[in-house]
Design a protein around this ligand. Structure first.
Ligand code: URA
Length: 256
């Protein structure tokens, strides 16, 4: 039986799939001596490399090869998740050009003034799966409130509240006060302004909103606002202890 060979790609195709521009641009980068593999400059666009665990450098910046990109961004306030933002800069402006070129899109949206864990991907299947109403991935929010958080409010949020546009009550999977004015809310749906509207429905008001977890992924404490890192799909659905992969941070952050 022939042994399975790891997939290989020509360097120009590696750069192309990883968002470094047209094949002509990628060829020019390689021919111009800008690209290194395993510490060696490679100036042949057709030189082939196994993509599994490949890390290449472009102008001294290390890039781990990823068949599909899955990125965790610490979203700062003042950025829109829309790809065609109207009033504020888009979150994609916080990412380096190759990731933008790959067309990564936010998995669900956070409001302009919401901070915290935002995932972006160019994997259409994953995007569809995670934004489908059938998918009930828990998302954990910390909401700073104008009025004190009461246990009564928490109970009502879990029992279900009715929002203006839907006669069906929406329920939080969990709600608990973390301090007088800080509410932890776990939601498994993703309706428009859901946290703010649910909190308003129990006669309180959100002053600041921060997402701390998505599935089993938590916002890493060492990831500053505006910074991003690679994550693996299994980190999203793994055990509760799972944390973002430490490997392949690539160029790391681009802002903040
Ligand atoms: N709920 C909101 O109200 N805003 C967000 O950004 C996310 C959830």
């Amino acid at each position: 039986m022939p042994s399975a060979r790891p997939p290989t790609l020509a360097l120009r195709d590696i750069l192309f799939t990883q968002g470094f521009g047209t094949r002509r641009t990628c060829d020019a980068l390689i021919l111009g001596g800008h690209v290194r593999v395993a510490g060696q400059m490679v100036d042949d666009p057709r030189a082939a490399f196994a993509t599994d665990r490949l890390v290449f450098e472009v102008d001294g910046v290390a890039w781990p090869y990823h068949d599909k990109a899955l990125i965790l961004l610490h979203k700062p306030a003042g950025y829109e998740c829309s790809l065609r933002p109207s009033a504020w800069p888009g979150v994609h402006t916080l990412l380096p050009p190759p990731l933008r070129q790959r067309g990564v899109q936010p998995i669900g949206r956070l409001d302009q003034d919401t901070t915290g864990l935002l995932l972006l991907t160019d994997d259409g299947t994953l995007l569809h799966r995670l934004t489908s109403p059938k998918h009930h991935v828990p998302k954990v929010y910390h909401a700073r409130t104008v009025h004190p958080v009461t246990t009564g409010q928490c109970a009502r949020l879990v029992d279900g509240v009715v929002l203006h546009d839907d006669p069906q009550p929406v329920r939080a999977a969990a709600a608990r006060p973390l301090d007088d004015h800080l509410l932890e809310l776990t939601l498994t749906q993703g309706k428009y302004h859901q946290v703010k509207r649910m909190v308003a429905a129990v006669s309180n008001r959100v002053e600041a909103l921060h997402r701390v977890a998505f599935g089993t992924l938590s916002l890493p404490p060492d990831l500053a606002p505006g910074q991003w890192r690679w994550v693996r799909e299994q980190d999203l659905f793994g055990t509760p202890a799972a944390r973002p992969a430490n490997t392949g941070h690539g160029p790391g952050s681009t802002a903040g």
